[in-house]
Design a protein around this ligand. Structure first.
Ligand SMILES: Cc1cc2nc3c(=O)[nH]c(=O)nc-3n(C[C@H](O)[C@H](O)[C@H](O)COP(=O)(O)OP(=O)(O)OC[C@H]3O[C@@H](n4cnc5c(N)ncnc54)[C@H](O)[C@@H]3O)c2cc1C
Length: 400
């Protein structure tokens, strides 16, 4: 297998790099780097529009729906450069989760109504799957949707709904049939977030962010036309959505960028007149992580090389999720080690709109690092908890 990039791919990389350098707004990138949760609607919209105008509003989608014809490798290069430039990532729930489901299973009306505003950045989405007693055991969800004429009447509660306060729409898993096997009675419903009966209550997370939410639904009336595909097929669509981006769970771009940031910080920090990066203690820590990160990167490239293969990769994807999420925790821990007492500089989210406090004690590279360390503790939970991933590997790879 040859993982060297062709000269055409290298030219492509230069083009992307130049674009980000010239077009990523510095103020948005700073807020993104500092990790404002939830991101401002205006930031998402402004950046999505810039990408859209360039034809890159959703590169992973088919050309017919506003995407590109890039190979998996080119999409990989694009994302790597996006992260290297500290440019804001996509509103993932909108462009990468609900859009592919609507394309694959939605009605013509749904495609017409929902895809254009997602690509142009005019509408954002949140994902309403988890409930207080249905996270890993998602099939046990209790929110119901009962048909009444041309509308579903929805009752129940969702939790950990990222970005619900800034979202125009949510895609919800709801029970439309409680008499069949749990997975068979679940449907996929598109719900406007300002519909009467919806209450969104933020949960303040450990780093002070307000990106997570509880969503209460009380007699919420949703037009029948907002049901995606067939009733009772929601479980299949949700699985499709979660499997769509097979290598995303490795968090590769984040991990590479944050390891580089840790090295950059260590090149600035001094210990007894020596740069921290040059001390054997720190160099060993970097090497430990870097070796594992290179292995992770090669695993991702191997999967990308199998772009057209039909091989079932579920166990591999679970292994990537475990390594990638643990790697997030290791690279952000490394930044803490590099910063030493400066980790005490804990940037308040409300401060992020004003100029950062920068002086000898608090250089700009300190901003957001502690928040990032804290919020990445959650990465081994969301998107499928580590223990559940291990169960999947045990079953699929080892037949246990
Ligand atoms: C930062 C963050 C963002 C999130 N964003 C969203 C979102 O936008 N939309 C959304 O719908 N959800 C979201 N979630 C929810 C996330 O998907 C759930 O937290 C996750 O699925 C785990 O479910 P749970 O919290 O109910 O924990 P539980 O499922 O109750 O698990 C608790 C513990 O038990 C372990 N466990 C559970 N089952 C097993 C088992 N069978 N064998 C062994 N161990 C087990 C788990 O590994 C975990 O350690 C988010 C969560 C976080 C932390």
């Amino acid at each position: 297998m040859d993982f060297n990039f062709s000269s055409e791919d290298e030219l492509f990389r230069q083009e992307i790099r130049q674009f980000f350098k010239e077009n990523a707004p510095a103020d948005i990138s700073r807020r993104w780097r500092v990790g404002v949760h939830p991101p401002a609607r205006d930031d998402i919209r402004r950046w999505q529009r810039i990408l859209h105008d360039r034809g890159w509003g959703a590169p992973h989608l088919p050309v017919k729906f506003g995407g590109t014809d890039w190979s998996a490798l080119r999409k990989h290069i694009f994302m790597e450069e996006l992260y290297n430039a500290d440019a804001m990532d996509y509103s993932w729930q909108s462009t990468h989760m609900v859009a592919p489901v609507i394309i694959a299973f939605g009605s013509d009306w749904q495609k017409e109504r929902f895809l254009a505003p997602i690509l142009s950045g005019d509408e954002f989405w949140c994902q309403g799957f988890s409930e207080p007693n249905a996270g890993s055991d998602l099939a046990g969800l209790k929110t119901t949707a009962v048909l009444d004429g041309d509308e579903y009447v929805v009752n129940g509660q969702k939790i950990w709904t990222s970005d619900a306060t800034i979202s125009d729409w949510g895609f919800f898993l709801v029970k439309t049939d409680t008499t069949v096997k749990p997975q068979r009675g679940i449907s996929f419903l598109l719900v406007k977030m300002d519909t009467p009966g919806i209450t969104v209550r933020p949960i303040v997370s450990i780093e002070g962010g307000r990106g997570l939410n509880e969503v209460f639904l009380e007699n919420v009336r949703v037009p029948k036309a907002h049901l995606v595909g067939e009733p009772g097929m929601g479980w299949t669509y949700a699985k499709y959505l979660l499997e769509k981006e097979r290598t995303t769970s490795a968090f590769l771009y984040f991990n590479k960028r944050e390891l580089q940031r840790a090295k950059d910080i260590a090149a600035e920090e001094m210990v007894d007149g020596v740069r921290l990066i040059d001390t054997p203690w720190f160099a060993r820590k970097v090497a430990d992580i870097e070796v594992d990160l290179i292995a992770l990167e090669w695993s991702v490239l191997r999967i990308l090389a199998e772009e057209k293969s039909e091989r079932n990769l579920d166990a591999v994807v679970s292994a990537l999720k475990i390594s990638g999420s643990e790697m997030q925790q290791r690279v952000t821990q490394l930044q803490m080690d590099a910063l030493g007492p400066r980790v005490m500089r804990f940037e308040d989210h409300a401060e992020s709109d004003v100029e950062p406090l920068v002086d000898d004690c608090w250089p700009d590279y300190v901003g957001g690092r502690t928040s990032s360390y804290l919020i990445t503790r959650a990465s081994t939970i969301y998107g499928g908890a580590r223990e559940v991933q291990k169960n999947i590997i045990a079953k699929l790879a080892f037949g246990l």
